[in-house]
Design a protein. Sequence first.
Length: 201
Amino acid sequence: MSRTARALFMAGVLALTVGVAAPAQAGTAQPVPIKGSEETTGSWVTEDPGCPDILDFGFGLTLHATTVGRASHIGRYTTEGSWCLEYVSTDSTDYPGVVAVTWAWTGIEVTKTAANGDAIEMVGVGDFTSTWYVDEESYDETKPGWTVLAVESAGTLEIVGGTGRFTDASGSVYATESSATGPTATFRGEISYDASNRAAR
């Protein structure tokens, strides 16, 4: 093999090696900021023996919720979530007839699904609390329940994977909700995911 032919051969091998190695870098996931907001479209409570007993009624309660929203990296999405309600305290407020009932949310599981079917799975970590400002006179021992006037909630959600481009996603977000400014929840934090993946259509 001549010197020229040998040089061309080595150049071809080098080009092939680079061509094979380059795509592996496309899936490298680095943490990036994520933020979003959503509005509740539905919520309901069911009895759940796996949740802490509520006020010695002999059963626990799971709160289910659905939302619609928009977020960076997800676009428009819908949410399905559920968690246990654990009673913490009832406190007076500066408003006559209104009390603040505080709950701890435990066992939180949330799925946010993008328009193309890619979904992010989240779970609650640490202290996630919700305070309901309620009409004290409206309490019904048979349910139990009150007429809720306003809600303030806050806590951290950990991203634990999903489907499509979020299959191996990780990260966490801090979520807040305040019905005093409208029925809107917001979240912000960081996410790592492989944007080259997409849900099958």
